[in-house]
Structure formats: C-alpha cells, structure tokens
Ligand binder design. Structure first.
Ligand code: DON
Length: 362
C-alpha cells in the first residue's frame, strides 16, 4: 500500500472512531478528576466527561489528529514514564532497580504499600514509585533538577512550549496530603532520601505540565522510534532505556487493569487522571487519546475503548501476526469482535461447574 493510502486509511479510521465513540452515552459511574476538587461524578460535570481527542504520530513523523486535540491538559501520571526514563539514563538500571521495582502491584495508583519481599515500591508507574524516581533526578539544586525533567518532556514532544500550568500546580499543592504522607513514609523507611517538600513539588510540577493530545502522540512516537523524536530528529532517550521504559509500561502502565489491557489491547500504554492515555506501537506509531470520563481503575473510559478498537481493527497487538496488520496489508483480516472478558470469565466458571455467585469466595 502506498504511504498516501496508509495516511488516508488512518484518517478515515480515526474520524469514524471519533464520531462513534464521542456519541456513546456517558455511563453513570464515570468520574472526572479536577485538580483541587478531586473526583466528581458525571452529574456534577455534565457533558465535560465525553470530550474526546485522538492523535496518531507515525515513526515517519506523519501526524493525524481528530476532535479536541488542541486542548491542553495536565500530564498527571503520564509524566511518570519520562521521569523514569531520565533517571534510568542518568544512573543506570541497577541503581534505579535498587530503589524501585518493576512488578505490577495489583493496587490502586495511590496505595500506601511497598513490596514486602524487597521493601521497595512495586514499580515507577504508581505514585510511591514515582516519588522515588522523582527523588533520583540529578542536578545542582531543585530548580536545575526540575529543569532537567521539563527539558526531557520538551525533547520528547519536540516542543519548547510545554510548561507547568500554574493554576493546576497550586491546586495540586493545596491538596497533596496523600502524596505528602506517602513521601514522608517512604523517607522514614529509608526508601527515599532528600528534602521531601522539594521532591513533592517536583513530582507535582511534572504532573502539572500541560500537553495537547497531538503533543502527547509525538511523545509516544518518540518512544516508538526507539528514542528519537520523529519530527526534530533529536534523541530524547538511549534506545536501550526505551526498551526498559516500554517493558514497565506494558506490565504496569494501566494500573490494576494492566493484565487485561496487555491481553486484549496488547501494546504498552500509560494513563493519567486527566483522561490521557499514551500508547506506543514500537516501530510503527505513537497514539494519544484524551477523554476525561474515568472508570473505576482511573483509566479514561473512551480512551480505553479507542485503543481497544484501534488494536483490533488495525492489528496493533504487539504479538499479532504481520497479516493482522491492516495498515500493511490491503485485505483486512476477518474482524474478530473484541473479547468480553467479563462474559468469558462467567463461561469459564460455568465450564468448570462453578456457580458464578460463588466465585468471590474462592
Ligand atoms: O499524584 C496524583 O495523585 C496525581 N497528580 C496524578 C495521579 C494520576 O494521574 C494517576 N492516574 N491515573
């Protein structure tokens, strides 16, 4: 297929996906996170929950965006990916692994629990782990340390306009009790060293950097190329460290939904409470989705749906065969409907003669 045909195919898919998913009704359990206010039910925010932007940047630098892709929102937990990469590049994986593990936790992102076998936070994609990686950023003083984080984010995006949104930061600082408590607990356990308030401020600043969905897709594409920004040609991270980062995103990036995500969607991703999802198809493209309505895991409801469909329709699961790749092959594979894991679980239980209502007690 020619590159213009591929471009057209991506544009058509994105426009169709956007139209259909943006029109789907907002679920009664969806919540929206607002800095300073916390999680609000959809009744409080109305239609704000279903805004939707989708952006794709290929490793060749082709950019495709639909919907609210120029709206800038806080990175929140998506920033954890880039700070982890920065400290891995600075200190090497052994020094970082000595302080933060790479195991999925099975807990919520803000759980105050460490891996009791190793006495480290489980991984850098949850708050406890990210507070530790943020503490490891090197620099002469706090200003220089944060400047290095921001410079990394800007190199990934190929855009020096990325900056901290002051209103977001002020609201986050005013309501940071849980993260502050976690940071002091980590220091008391010897897992974090240094000035807790300076580390917390650096963590909240990186959370408060605003990005558009298109900028985030470029950051994802920089990971997809192996660390070189496809628009500027600038290296943001050594290739070997990109592999480390993507491995941890793949197993831990979607919180306690990470296993189902890896099974069904099948590419490394990271979500944030603003409703962003950053996703990487190595060697092919970066994807970013923004939609503020969150599910019970804290992942964007429509963001998950968009990635699920892009994966199924374009054959983007990293363990899919080449023939499933609808961008490379003319003939689309027979579309397999997305697996409903809830229904599958019931079917398996029935298969082994277990009554579904008894399952919780086993
Ligand atoms: O640290 C916090 O609680 C927020 N600033 C970021 C958390 C977050 O994005 C978790 N994501 N789902």
């Amino acid at each position: 297929m020619t590159s213009s045909a591929i471009r057209r195919r991506i544009d058509e898919r994105l426009a169709e996906l956007h139209e259909r998913i943006a029109a789907a009704p907002v679920g009664p359990d969806e919540r929206v996170y607002r800095s300073g206010e916390g999680y609000l039910g959809v009744r409080a925010v109305g239609r704000a929950a279903d805004r939707l932007a989708i952006a794709v940047v290929t490793v060749g630098g082709d950019t495709h965006s639909v919907g609210d892709h120029e709206v800038a929102v806080p990175l929140h937990s998506v920033a954890k990916v880039f700070t982890y990469g920065l400290v891995l590049a600075d200190l090497g994986p052994e020094a970082v692994l000595a302080r933060v593990g790479v195991e999925p936790s099975g807990d919520a992102f803000n759980a105050l629990r460490v891996d009791e076998r190793t006495m480290r936070p489980f991984n850098p994609m949850i708050n406890a782990g990210a507070l530790v990686t943020t503490s490891l950023v090197t620099g002469g003083d706090p200003a220089e340390r944060f400047a290095r984080v921001l410079a990394t984010l800007r190199t990934f995006a190929g855009d020096d306009r990325l900056t901290v949104d002051r209103a977001t930061l002020a609201a986050e600082v005013a309501t940071a009790d849980r993260n502050r408590g976690a940071a002091y607990l980590l220091r008391s356990a010897g897992l974090l060293t240094g000035d807790v308030e300076a580390i917390l401020t650096r963590y909240l600043k990186q959370c408060s950097v605003h990005v558009t969905t298109t900028q985030l897709a470029t950051m994802a594409a920089t990971l997809a190329t192996g660390g070189t920004n496809p628009l500027t040609g600038e290296r943001a991270l050594p290739r070997r460290r990109v592999r480390d980062v993507l491995s941890v995103m793949h197993t831990c990036g979607m919180y306690d939904f990470a296993g189902e995500w890896a099974f069904e969607v099948g590419f490394p991703a990271k979500s944030g409470v603003s409703g962003l999802i950053l996703a990487v198809i190595p060697g092919k493209m970066g994807i970013a989705v923004w939609s503020p309505g969150l599910d019970g895991y804290g992942n964007s409801v429509r963001g998950v749906q968009v990635c699920r469909e892009l994966s199924a329709r374009l054959g983007l699961h990293i363990f899919a065969s080449e023939e499933e790749d609808a961008l490379l092959t003319e003939a689309r594979p027979a579309a397999e409907p997305p697996v409903d894991l809830g229904a599958l679980e019931v079917a398996v239980r029935e298969d082994v003669g277990e009554r579904p209502e008894a399952a919780g007690n086993t």
